[in-house]
Design a protein around this ligand. Structure first.
Ligand code: KIV
Length: 267
């Protein structure tokens, strides 16, 4: 019996039933098959591939062509999981450019949802994409594509002004038509509040256990990252003798809310 494919509607229904959503980054067909079989709901073709696959120090060098290529690899390997692909650095410099690039990710790459980083300045773009029937995943908090402006990979939303901006932008993204929101590296109390307030699913990374779902970079949670993994990640290979078992343990830990634990929640 083939599995029923997940859609943005399925994820919204999971949120309303209080079922947590398990997401991992994924960049190729073999891992897509494995993650899908282990029950991962959402495969994020993240521009983190620039760091973990290509060896760059940031995601800035990643191109739309590369994202479409990897999205295609992942789409061909999955059966049930929803494929979300990142619009990389400057791919959304104008709403028109975002529309063309989203079309490439969907038509060449088979992506079902596109993700874009940014708040207020991206609202017009989110409206433009959703008006054309393109499901959008917004991304707030730490925005890795802005690392040179921020001056490093720092937690966001820790002072009044910045937490207010995240609250405001999250609601505005939902109102503009976004179907999902990724919240990266923000305090757990803020992430929980945003998750409870929004009707769309909120997927956290470094944002505590109160979100509707969790995402990790695949190479971090498999202990494959040669550099020190982030403090909010967990090595799921430890204690497991296969990648499939490690992924299944991750899905279980997300579903039960045992990941992230308090010591994996920096703020
Ligand atoms: O590119 C990526 O992998 C991401 C996740 C870290 C959320 O955006």
């Amino acid at each position: 019996m083939s599995a029923v494919p997940i859609s943005v509607t399925t994820l919204a229904a999971m949120k309303s039933r209080g079922e947590r959503i398990a997401c991992l980054t994924c960049y190729d067909a073999s891992f897509a098959h494995l993650l899908d079989a282990a029950g991962v709901d959402l495969l994020l073709v993240g521009d983190s591939l620039g760091m973990v696959l290509q060896g760059h120090a940031t995601t800035v060098p990643v191109t739309v062509e590369q994202m479409a290529y990897h999205a295609g690899c992942v789409s061909r390997g999955r059966e049930r999981a929803l494929v979300v692909a990142d619009l990389p650095f400057l791919a959304c410099a104008t709403p028109e450019r975002a529309l063309d690039n989203a079309a490439r990710l969907m038509q060449e790459g088979g992506a079902q949802v596109v993700k874009l980083e940014g708040g207020a300045t991206m609202l017009e773009t989110v409206r433009r994409l959703t008006d054309q029937g393109i499901p959008v995943c917004a991304h707030l908090g730490l925005l890795p594509q802005s690392v040179h402006r921020i001056g490093g990979y720092r937690f966001q939303g820790r002072d009044h002004a910045s937490s207010e901006a995240i609250r405001h932008d999250a609601l505005a993204m939902q109102d503009a038509g976004a179907s999902l929101l990724v919240l990266e590296c923000v305090p757990a109390t803020l992430a929980t509040e945003v998750s409870v307030t929004l009707t769309i699913p909120v997927i956290g990374i470094g944002a505590g256990a109160g979100c509707d779902g969790q995402v990790l970079v695949l190479h971090d949670m498999l202990g494959l990252n040669p550099s020190r993994p982030p403090s909010f990640s967990r090595d799921f290979m430890s204690g497991h003798d296969s990648i499939a078992a490690a992924i299944a343990a991750y899905v279980e830990a997300v579903r039960t809310g045992s990941f992230p634990a308090v010591n994996e929640t920096p703020y």
